[in-house]
Ligand binder design. Sequence first.
Ligand code: AMP
Ligand code: MG
Length: 491
Amino acid sequence: MTDHKPKIDAGWNFDNSYAELPDLMYTRQEPVPVRSPRIIAFNRPLAESLGLNVEALQTDEGAAVFAGNKIPPGADPLAQAYAGHQFGHFTMLGDGRAVLLGEQITPKGKRMDVQLKGSGRTPYSRGGDGRAAIGPMLREYIISEAMHALGIPTTRSLAVVTTGQPVTRERELQGAVLVRVASSHLRVGTFQYARGAGSTDNLRTLADYTLHRHYPEARPGEDGNRYLLLLQEVIKRQAALIAKWQLVGFIHGVMNTDNMTLSGETIDYGPCAFMDAFDPATVFSSIDSQGRYAYGNQPYIAAWNLTRLAEALLPLFHEDEEEAVKLAEDALAQFSGLFHNYWLAGMRAKLGLFQEEEQDEVLIRELLEIMQKQGADFTNTFRALTLNQPERTALVGTAEFDSWYAQWQERLGRQQETEKEAKELMRTSNPAVIPRNHRVEEALEAAEQGDFSVMERLLGVLAKPYAYSPEQEEYASVPEQSCAYRTYCGT
Ligand code: AMP
Ligand code: MG
């Protein structure tokens, strides 16, 4: 039985605006209770920033809420409807194994979705069991928190609980629920769904809602076209986001349109990973046999997904379809330039460059080419340059790199800023640690055996990626066989 009155005031402060959208956008759905919830990961700083009572939540009561066995006061659980292009094919989807508990209003007045992922079947489950396994949920917890610490907009992870019930995948695994926190779960696919399933009024309501929630400050141009403004703002945020991914070597792995947010946060950590050896063709998802979502393709896929968003919004841009298409095309044409500028600014910072010089991009591309040719580790190359230890790159001694290095030194010498200032910029732009695949796997294996200490140490190190502390040294090593790594979509 679901008890609607938890005993301790945990600080829940829900206000559920999504539930006021047209009915077709969701289905009210309670999480399906589980046998024996147990908290195995809990994010104290995040809980505090949400205004939640940390002590009250680290209890059986808290575990029951996180597992979906108890509904916290003020929550209004629902499963969201959405559609999406998955690997290029359009499908009706929706929260098949998640429920939105509600929107927590933080002490600073921010509105944050609190979602349970792995919380049981919903009307959108299709053939799925509505559940999730411990490994993928902890994986999302670790990587999303690492992304946050890297300064990359992302959904976050408040907790993981095990359910005490097995889930059947390739083998039997422990079931788990992830408590995900996001500035919203509005996706490109949410708009595709509204366009397909609803009226133009429904679509307009959703667009107004999104503008109000994520872009309250944005003002339309002279034409006063606020829906075009929505597209333009999402384009800007996604261009900034994808540039940040590229700059740390993050590969999302499943950039389907249902996995791209309107807020500009990274969402849905399935078969994602950080690249070791620099190679734009790197793919991590075993089901992505075409390389659609390879590292080097991410900006193009983002533009493709944004084109799907524009298509969904077309009727709001202009009553004349031809005019509407033209407006959309003009907005979409901005993406590549925006992305390139963000990326170039980020790469300059990675090399300690403050001002812009015409030839900077050539210098940057030359380095990347040498890295690719030599199979140099992406993170560790920039880390070694930051530490002033080029000998640690394994590139040193090759004529190409030595000549590049001399050019770079010359370029640094031409700027007014001191060497110390340049190094400081590099330190804050080049992470000393990233969640290396072998480290994440090692933590997950131990956790599956009931030992959470490996994961906790890893989380501690990943929480300060720019610290360059001695304890991070061992987390920088790259395994020999890293190129064979594949994550599987059996999430
Ligand atoms: P994802 O690959 O996690 O982005 O999910 C794609 C779609 O499949 C979403 O609609 C999910 O809700 C749904 N889905 C994924 N796993 C399950 C599951 N075990 N049971 C039901 N639906 C699922
Ligand atoms: Mg998804």
